[in-house]
Ligand binder design. Structure first.
Ligand SMILES: *[C@@H]1O[C@H](CO)[C@@H](O)[C@H](O)[C@H]1NC(C)=O
Ligand SMILES: *[C@@H]1O[C@H](CO)[C@@H](O)[C@H](O)[C@H]1NC(C)=O
Ligand SMILES: *[C@@H]1O[C@H](CO)[C@@H](O)[C@H](O)[C@H]1NC(C)=O
Ligand SMILES: *[C@@H]1O[C@H](CO)[C@@H](O)[C@H](O)[C@H]1NC(C)=O
Ligand SMILES: *[C@@H]1O[C@H](CO)[C@@H](O)[C@H](O)[C@H]1NC(C)=O
Ligand SMILES: *[C@@H]1O[C@H](CO)[C@@H](O)[C@H](O)[C@H]1NC(C)=O
Length: 491
């Protein structure tokens, strides 16, 4: 599992734990695993990521179940979920993407009053086309204002590149969202779309430098395909860190090319989740998915992605982050928080340095290639930092009372320390002192005032700190408690 350390600020280690209910105490304790710091800092041009690394990709057809039908009916729970991310994001806007299969099959109708209209009652369950109107962009803007800032990606159709509606959509979205529009994602045949975007009723969209793409269809965003209801992998796949390492390599060549290019553009994973076509019951809706989400996100950060968007569809889909109520679109009722949402919280906190972080996989116990796993099948009783959404319908987390939930802790770590993590589980450890790459056991008493700015991280002697950079971790069952220790270096 991803276990992130961030080195900065004075004082001892603060440990946040992602836990779930299990009779952990009956299990045998295993030996401590020693974690050593990297011997040299990441290269100066290493990928820099921010606390809003993980975003949410929302399926177009069901957007009004999440955001409501109009700006004055935005459901409070969705504001709370997004605010929970925004408040951990060091002032960075929450990443949101409007997309999914339905984005490709749907039509923008500029004259439509309703936000969403279903157009084909016999459509494939995994691809339900709609007509959508300009109200959608006002509601998106309203959500952004209510959560203190969001940045949107909007997919343009993969299927009808020369549709005259695409420039209308691009123009209207751009006008309504303004700076909240991060980029328009171009699909197939993007040269055709390029030309059209220069001449929209709202002006030349191309000149705004808000075009991203191409978006690539279809199976690659997911570690496995469940479209036929026959999953290839079980739970063990997700708890073995080595699988996250291989999965994150699928675009390695492209990532390397872009990293080497002088005019480096950010690379986004614009849609992913644990299994395609709605996920797998017993995997996508379990604690294993919480852990996998955090592990794979940090792995993507370490190999060069700038951000990644977890996909969420209509109520009842197993991989959803949270489910709207069993009601009409935007209707009142209890929301449900699902395991993968918990995985987003530690990622935001691990990357919380306002100046960005560089993530390094420490390959602890050879975990990048050695697959060992155990079971993490809990669905509901999951906590982060002692708080849980279990049994909560309004997206306001409460104190977790189940026995394996552990509150945040502060430990004295001068000269090293031992941190205990229930397994399976995940901890984010913030080490107090500035970090010394040159000698992990030195002690020069530098305080946080020498906390490195970005380029200084390539200069080890300017990053000296006191000897707290070695620590060991014990878990009641370490086998998969910690598939990996990724270290997020604060800039
Ligand atoms: C769109 O382009 C395709 C081929 O690229 C062409 O067959 C089709 O007629 C075009 N449609 C419109 C509406 O221009
Ligand atoms: C939102 O709009 C949909 C589609 O028009 C409608 O079915 C639903 O009842 C509306 N929701 C509310 C809360 O009015
Ligand atoms: C690292 O620190 C230890 C203890 O302070 C010291 O003995 C050792 O020489 C140092 N190594 C280097 C390479 O500076
Ligand atoms: C580090 O600072 C503390 C308190 O400021 C002091 O007691 C200690 O001797 C210092 N250690 C070193 C190695 O300078
Ligand atoms: C970010 O960088 C600035 C300028 O280098 C520095 O003053 C500031 O302390 C840094 N902030 C954090 C949280 O490290
Ligand atoms: C530390 O960094 C400063 C400014 O970046 C530089 O002038 C100084 O020489 C560095 N110190 C060492 C020991 O490299």
């Amino acid at each position: 599992m991803a276990h992130s350390t961030r080195f900065s600020r004075p004082c001892a280690a603060l440990v946040h734990l992602l836990c779930f209910a299990l009779p952990l105490v009956t299990q045998t304790a295993l030996a401590a695993v020693a974690i050593s710091s990297p011997s040299s800092p990441p290269a100066a041009n290493a990928n820099v990521v921010y606390s809003n690394f993980l975003g949410i990709s929302l399926e177009l057809s069901f957007i009004n179940y999440y955001f409501g039908n109009s700006t004055d009916q935005i459901p409070q729970p969705v504001i709370k979920y997004l605010s929970a991310l925004q408040s951990r994001a060091s002032g960075q806007p929450v990443r949101l993407r409007l997309g999914g299969n339905s984005m490709d099959s749907s039509t923008y109708v500029p004259s439509q009053q309703e936000i969403i209209q279903f157009t084909n009652p016999n459509a494939n369950f995994n691809d339900q086309p709609v007509n959508y109107g300009p109200q959608l962009f006002d509601v998106m803007k309203g959500v952004s204002s209510a959560v203190g800032g969001a940045q949107y990606l909007i997919g343009l159709s993969l299927r009808t590149p020369n549709s005259t509606n695409i420039p209308l959509l691009a123009g209207d979205a751009s006008k309504a969202l303004g700076d909240d529009l991060d980029a328009l994602l171009l699909g197939n045949d993007y040269w055709t779309v390029f030309g059209n975007l220069q001449h929209t009723p709202q002006g030349d969209i191309l000149s705004q430098d808000k075009i991203a793409g191409p978006t690539i269809c279809c199976a690659w965003h997911y570690p496995q395909n469940n479209c036929q209801g026959k999953p290839q992998y079980g739970l063990n796949y997700y708890t073995a860190h080595a699988n996250a390492v291989s999965l994150a390599r699928w675009q390695q060549h492209g990532l390397e090319l872009i990293a080497a290019s002088p005019n480096r553009k950010p690379i986004l994973m614009d849609e992913f989740n644990s299994a395609s076509c709605g996920g797998v019951d017993g995997i996508s809706n379990t604690f294993a998915a919480s852990l996998w989400t955090a592990d794979y996100a940090l792995q993507m950060a370490s190999v060069g992605y700038a951000g990644a968007y977890l996909h969420t569809r209509e109520r009842g889909i197993t991989y959803n982050l949270f489910d709207p109520p069993d009601a009409v679109a935007g209707g009142a009722g209890a929301w449900t928080t699902n395991p993968s949402f918990y995985g987003m919280l530690p990622v935001a906190e691990a990357l919380s340095s306002a100046n960005g972080s560089r993530v390094v996989d420490l390959n602890v116990q050879n975990s990048m290639s050695d697959k060992s796993a155990t079971v993490a099948g809990e669905k509901t009783n999951i906590a982060w930092g002692g708080k849980t959404y279990a049994g909560v319908g309004d997206a306001t987390p409460v104190d977790a009372t189940f026995s394996s939930s552990l509150p945040d802790k502060t430990l004295s770590c001068s000269g090293g320390c031992t941190i205990q993590i229930p397994g399976p589980g995940l901890a984010v450890v913030f080490l107090g002192q500035t970090f010394d790459f040159s000698n992990s056991s030195s002690s020069s008493n530098t305080t946080s005032s020498s906390s490195p700015s970005a380029p200084a991280s390539s200069n080890p002697s300017n990053r000296s700190g006191s000897g707290a950079s070695r620590f060991s971790v014990t878990g009641l069952r370490l086998l998969s408690a910690l598939c990996v220790f990724a270290i997020a270096l604060a800039l």
